[in-house]
Design a protein around this ligand. Structure first.
Ligand code: PLP
Length: 503
């Protein structure tokens, strides 16, 4: 591997006001912002993308940079020709930039893995179960995505789910730290690690992960953080403010950091992965192979990245993170907080709209994720109507967090919520509607969503008359007459054939 002599920290570029201006300039630099769709009222509209918690749109600036880098494309396992050397160097830099983005010291390694946090947490669970087999219990919280729950059940053993705090309005907030401390003490001998999300994909609420790490470390346990929702939205240091607060493993999803098509990243203390048989074996990670034995190289992350890497994806992720770091995550966080506060105020003013989770930012801070239901209307119908009549893309159902959504719904009710006693997929219909923000979203987008929701809330029977349930257990609804066949939207074959004809 080529040693890099480039700087090892992403320092924001310029004064705060300059960086805010650059953020404004960046808002339009994403692929898919100007995509138009036909609507049910026979008009056409530019879509408003409010589904960034699922995947966010791709940053064109980073794409362009990667396209230029790919003029050198070659396999990183080739050694001596120019292209291979350039690519090997860039791939190495990509690891470093990801590490720098989360302030990882030399004690950490960055491993590119799969496409998101699911792969990262499965790998982490397998590794930590193998590393510390005597510790067969994991503590997690009630707000976790299934990706930060099921891998621990499968690979480690028992999983204890700690409840959440209630804010003064009785709404679910952050993890209940007293309950967490009690659970940690109760299971101290068996506790392998505490696995917690930095921010909820259901309520957007942000957890104090460094304090949690410190509590886990007191009893010799580790702290694993799911950064799927936080990485692109909040400044973050894996090291925290003090030695005992450092995060042991952090997992991120490239497709939630404006870099769809990129791998996920695991940022882990080297000592946890060192010396174990790698999760996958094959080319690129061995010193010597005989027909009856093989010797794996010692270096991380190489020994954990068998095979040819997703080089374009890794470069895209690194270029994107570098750009976010140069704008400054402080500026990005503040910008999103302002938009979220504005959206909460607009949504709260809509009659019959019930927001889930604490919505007092001063009590439980949150990223730009807001879930809700409208009285008298199923979540699937509201979501379809936002799309069909307003060109607004949002997500519905249970967001892969069934226990948490079930708990929130059980408490609040409303038709979107309660058609079968707070049950979620697969055979029943309840869920929620989720609006979530990316850097490209503006107050105008929030206004459009709030106005649309107010219209739907004011005329529930008229909207209901236009839709029928899909009856597939999803809770989704479809328009009775308006159709948008996806195969008519884009055909790869036609695009290729057009090129061939014109060639
Ligand atoms: N964790 C959280 C909080 C998420 O929101 C998601 C995806 O929505 C995941 C984990 C899983 O991420 P991925 O689908 O990238 O594997």
């Amino acid at each position: 591997m080529i040693d890099s002599t480039l700087p090892t920290q992403i320092d924001p570029l310029g004064a705060r006001t300059e960086r805010q201006q650059r953020l404004e300039a960046l808002r339009s630099q994403f692929t898919g912002l100007d995509t138009e769709y036909p609507l049910a009222d026979d008009t056409t509209a530019r879509r408003i993308y409010l589904d960034s918690a699922a995947s966010n749109l791709r940053l064109t600036v980073a794409d362009d940079v990667v396209r230029r880098a790919l003029r050198h494309y070659a396999n990183t396992h080739s050694q001596l020709h120019f292209g291979a050397r350039v690519m090997t160097h860039l791939y190495h830099r990509a690891h470093e930039i990801v590490g720098d983005f989360v302030d990882a010291s030399d004690d950490y390694t960055v491993i590119f893995n799969g496409s998101g946090v699911t792969g990262g947490l499965n790998r982490t669970a397998r590794v930590l179960a193998e590393r510390r087999p005597e510790r067969d219990l994991v503590i997690t919280t009630m707000m976790e995505h299934h990706a930060n729950d099921l891998p621990h059940r499968k690979h480690v053993g028992e999983v204890v789910h700690v409840p959440l705090e209630k804010d003064p309005d009785g709404e679910a907030g952050r993890v209940d730290m007293a309950a967490l401390r009690a659970a940690i003490q109760e299971h101290a001998d068996r506790l392998n690690y505490v696995a917690v999300t930095a921010a909820s994909n259901v309520t957007g609420v942000i957890n104090p992960v460094h304090k949690i790490a410190s509590m886990a470390h007191e009893v010799g346990a580790l702290c694993v953080v799911d950064a799927a929702q936080s990485a692109a939205h909040l400044p973050f240091s894996v090291q925290g403010g003090a030695e005992d607060e450092a995060i042991d493993v952090l997992c991120m999803s490239g497709h939630k950091i404006y870099a769809p098509g990129s791998p996920g990243a695991i940022v882990a203390r080297k000592a946890l992965f060192e010396g174990l048989e790698p999760q996958e074996v094959g080319g690129g990670i061995v010193n010597r192979v005989e027909t009856d034995r093989y010797e794996i190289m010692e270096e991380l992350p190489e020994r954990e990245e068998a095979g040819t890497p997703n080089l374009p994806g890794a470069l895209r992720l690194a270029a994107t993170l570098y750009l976010l770091g140069r704008i400054g995550m402080d500026v990005i966080e503040e910008d999103e907080r302002t938009l979220t506060q504005y959206a909460l105020e607009r949504f709260e003013a809509i009659d019959g709209l019930q927001i889930y989770g604490s919505h007092r930012l001063e009590v439980a801070d949150r990223i730009g994720v807001i879930t809700f239901n409208l009285d008298d209307l199923p979540h699937g119908l509201v979501t379809a109507a936002l799309n069909d009549y307003f060109g607004i893309a949002v997500r519905n159902e249970c967001f892969c967090a069934q226990p948490f959504v079930r708990e929130l719904l059980g408490r609040t009710g409303g038709e979107g919520a309660s058609s079968t006693e707070g049950e979620c997929a697969p055979d029943s219909q309840p869920g929620m509607v989720r609006v979530s923000f990316g850097l490209y979203n503006t107050k105008e987008d929030v206004d459009a969503a709030a106005d649309a929701l107010a219209d739907i809330a004011a005329r529930p029977d008229e909207y209901r008359a236009q839709y029928r349930p899909l009856l597939n257990g999803s809770g989704d609804w479809t328009h009775r007459t308006f159709e948008y066949p996806p195969e008519e939207a884009f055909s790869m074959e036609d695009e290729i054939d057009d090129w061939l004809r014109s060639a």
